[in-house]
Design a protein around this ligand. Structure first.
Ligand SMILES: *Cc1c(COP(=O)(O)O)cnc(C)c1O
Length: 343
């Protein structure tokens, strides 16, 4: 019988992990006495300032409960209902948000682009924009990129620039789904500004939850005009926390001394070790380049069953039955070894 209170660390998702100590410490600190509500508190101001420091530019910052809200409200602020949003066919906004981007934008259509290794390219953007220019087609207005991608891969700076140049050429705004932005930064060694506003990103959904926060993502508007009345959009969508300090204080803990990057780098390193171990196992094939904290592996069904029988949890629905193994800020080398041993 499975123990219902089993607390073993798993490779299913980085959102299986708990709260990192730095975020927990400021969460506890924020629980002293009273503070103003609805985001008018010092923690929220400090968290937004830290984000401006990290990106080295003025920008508008809003905290929401999750990534679906961040993405869909950001996208809604970037286009009209008759517009379309271009993204990779396996993008989270298409496959895992229950139509929220279309819902919150009052019907903007999401148009899908193919691509290798979870990445789209300028040629396919050009193709879909030029496919039709008549009034009967939902006019493309936003390019949405996920970085790190759903497949755990990264766009190089040149690839990103080529995409945003193409976007600019066709008058598309650029949205970045950064649910795993920290992992991307930790892996690439690039400055946050280089792969966002300097590369032409208008709005970033900066993920916190998967990198050790209890809850919450930040919507960061580098294009500040787009942030106009975004506060109303958040409130209407049920995303304005009345005790906002408990969403924002953990951000302060994670950001103020660089814990967010340390944790992301650690998760990436654990995935590197896991990949290395898996490569030594016969009949196991790594199916996407491992660049961040995600390993995709094609594993014989008998092994999948055996691993699950031993209590391991992981996803097999993301890429054609491949095992998706996700490392977290708290994954240990022992976890990796013990998983590999159970093969
Ligand atoms: C996890 C994730 C999100 C956020 O999902 P929520 O469950 O809504 O918080 C967004 N984009 C990507 C690529 C993700 O992996």
């Amino acid at each position: 019988m499975e123990n219902p209170m089993e607390t073993r660390r798993q490779f299913a998702s980085d959102n299986y992990a708990g709260i990192c100590p730095e975020a927990f410490a400021t969460l506890t600190e924020a629980n002293q006495g009273h503070a103003r509500s609805y985001g008018n508190d010092p923690w929220t101001a400090r968290a937004a300032d830290l984000i401006r420091e990290i990106f080295e530019t003025p920008c508008e910052v809003f905290f929401v409960f999750n990534g679906t809200a961040a993405n869909s409200l950001a996208l809604a602020s970037m286009c009209q209902s008759y517009n379309s949003i271009l993204c990779y066919e396996g993008a989270h906004i298409e496959t895992a948000e229950c139509g929220a981007p279309e819902f919150f934008s009052n019907g903007s259509k999401v148009l899908l682009l193919p691509g290798a290794n979870g990445k789209i390219d300028p040629v396919s953007i050009e193709g879909i924009v030029n496919k039709r220019t008549d009034i009967h087609y939902p006019k493309p207005r936003v390019l949405s990129l996920t970085h790190a991608t759903e497949m755990g891969t990264l766009y190089s700076l040149d690839e990103l620039r080529a995409l945003t140049d193409t976007a600019r050429k066709f008058n598309l705004r650029v949205h970045m789904d950064g649910a795993r932005f920290a992992n991307a930064i930790a892996a690439s060694g690039l400055a946050p500004k280089e792969i966002t506003w300097q590369a032409g990103v208008d709005v970033l959904c900066f993920g916190g939850t998967k990198n050790g926060l209890p809850i919450g993502e930040a919507v960061v508007f580098f294009n500040q005009e787009l942030a106009k009345e975004f506060d109303y959009r958040c409130k209407q969508a049920g995303q304005l926390a009345s005790k906002m300090r408990f969403v924002s204080a953990p951000w302060v803990g994670a950001l103020q001394e660089g814990a967010w990057l340390r944790h992301a780098a650690h998760a990436n390193e654990m995935a590197r070790q896991l990949e290395q171990g898996l490569r030594l196992i016969p009949n196991v094939e790594i199916t996407f380049p491992r660049q961040t904290n995600t390993v995709f592996a094609r594993v014989p069904q008998a092994n999948i069953d055996k691993l699950r029988g031993r209590g391991w949890q992981f996803y097999t629905h993301v890429s054609q039955g491949d095992c998706r193994l996700m490392c977290s800020w708290d994954t240990t080398e022992r976890d990796v070894r013990s998983f590999l041993q159970d093969f």
